[in-house]
Design a protein around this ligand. Structure first.
Ligand SMILES: Cc1ncc(COP(=O)(O)O)c(C=O)c1O
Length: 452
């Protein structure tokens, strides 16, 4: 069955008459909430927890839809935070994982067939990748990209952009979502526990502002190891010339340019944002889509930079350590190969972009019909809703100027209506979103607008 067929099959199952929770809570799901509350800090698996009257426990997911353990059904626009570009439980990915399970699930980080195949495949797709290493998450990928850049240049500082997210480690959790405005390049830590030494290595610039980036880069030219950028920062598209301008700044000061393609990799094109926007970084990081829902990340790029982690150089000056028990794990590699094979089919990205556009148009019509002062923004298969925005944001502060509290309240209502988004966060579409899924979503969105 195709992913579309799966989604339609789940849609057709006997289920509550309407999408969404509408107060339906089984004793099973209530007991799961109780256990989660007792044993997991905040009753959550990570940094994201839903409001009491919108929270749920995932039971099963297929295509663009999932069910909670009370039997309520949702259309998914969070999609594993962007990972599930084929939709959930895609048959080809399932089969690849099942086949690999029978051959063994863990060979430590040693060469194995699917990992070798995948390395060649990634290098074939992604313009900057001459060599690469696999990781298990996007955070590990950006952590290692930064370490490789420091090792290669012998410099310590990394420039990142205000509002950019590069993962959970100490070199990334600065000015991802600052509550106060700092003066560039000063950063604001997003969490307790970051040593001052790590924090002091980060220089914060304004996204889409080449003058700001150049000024900071030139003032720190002897210390700057790399500029790391999300080519599309959260939901903010690069202004024409911005990414090429960063390439020029990096060349002028002799630092590396890192594209964090954990979100944009295989979501915008097989070659990611670097192919889509035609700008070549020195290093690129991967995650999310690559693993097809299994834990796979990676860092790749110029051979001279990547060769620093050649284990034959252990003990030599300039060696950079990159390792992990689950690097190149065959299960993840098999899922990734199956995912890329699906994405390579002709017309994939045209279809993905068209689904994104149909959704945006439909939601804009509903906002206009209800006279709601909000904008549907975004690019291709990524979109967002911003209350009080007049158009596409240019930087983090533009987003801060919109009504974030209203957005979270509206998103929470969307979830109750069966339209799943991570409240306040950017959202996605998948290739599995059928016309039927979009129609059901428009009805849920319409109901949320009426409540507003
Ligand atoms: C651009 C970007 N980089 C890095 C990461 C970190 O990836 P992970 O959550 O897999 O560690 C994320 C996660 O959302 C991301 O969006």
């Amino acid at each position: 069955m195709t992913a579309q067929g799966d989604s339609a099959a789940l849609a057709a199952r006997p289920a509550p008459a309407t999408l969404g929770r509408h107060g339906r809570l089984s004793t099973l799901e209530q007991s799961e909430f109780d256990i989660a509350k007792a044993y997991l800090p905040g009753g959550a698996l990570g940094g994201n927890a839903l409001a009491e009257d919108a929270k749920f426990v995932f039971a099963e997911a297929k295509g663009a839809r999932f069910k909670d353990t009370s039997g309520n059904q949702y259309v998914d626009y969070c999609l594993g935070s962007g990972a599930m570009v084929l939709g959930h439980a895609h048959p080809a990915v399932q089969q690849a994982v099942i086949d690999q399970v029978a051959k063994g699930t863990h060979y430590f980080a040693y060469l194995n067939e699917p990992a070798v195949k995948l390395a060649a495949q990634v290098a074939r797709h992604v313009p900057c990748v001459e060599k690469l290493r696999f990781t298990v998450s996007g955070s590990e990928a950006t952590f290692h990209a930064m370490r490789l850049a420091r090792g290669f240049t012998g410099r310590e500082k990394i420039m990142k952009f205000e509002g950019a997210y590069h993962g959970h480690h100490d070199y990334a959790q600065v000015s991802t979502a600052p509550k106060r405005e700092s003066n560039f390049p000063e950063g604001v830590p997003d969490t307790g526990g970051i040593p001052k030494g790590a924090r002091d290595t980060l220089l914060i610039a304004r996204y889409n502002d080449l003058d700001c980036a150049r000024q900071i880069a030139e003032a720190n030219r002897d210390d700057l190891a790399a500029i790391i950028v999300e080519p599309i920062q959260r939901i903010i598209s690069p202004q024409p010339g911005f990414l090429a301008g960063l390439r020029k700044i990096a060349d002028d000061v002799g630092c590396l340019l890192i594209f964090d393609e954990v979100v944009t990799g295989w979501r915008l094109a097989l070659g990611g944002a670097q192919e889509h926007f035609g700008v070549m970084p020195d290093l690129s990081t991967f995650g999310k889509v690559l693993g097809g829902g299994l834990p796979v990340g990676g860092v790749g790029g110029r051979a001279d930079v990547m060769d620093q982690c050649d284990p034959g150089k252990k003990g030599q000056e300039g060696f950079v350590y990159q390792n992990g028990t689950l690097n190149g794990n065959p299960l993840g590699m098999a899922a990734a190969l199956a995912t890329l094979a699906e994405l390579e089919k002709p017309g994939t990205y045209e279809r993905l972009f068209a689904i994104g556009e149909t959704l945006r148009q439909g939601l804009r019509k509903l906002l206009a019909r209800h006279g709601i002062d909000a904008a549907i923004v975004g690019y291709g298969p990524m979109w967002h809703l911003l209350f009080g925005a007049k158009g596409e944001p240019r930087d983090y502060r533009d987003i801060q100027a919109t009504d974030g509290k209203k957005l979270v309240a509206f998103d929470t209502e969307l979830i109750r209506q069966g339209f799943f988004v991570l409240p306040g966060n950017r959202r996605f579409v998948s290739l599995a979103h059928t016309d039927q899924d979009l129609e059901a979503s428009f009805a849920a969105f319409d109901a949320a607008c009426r409540k507003l």
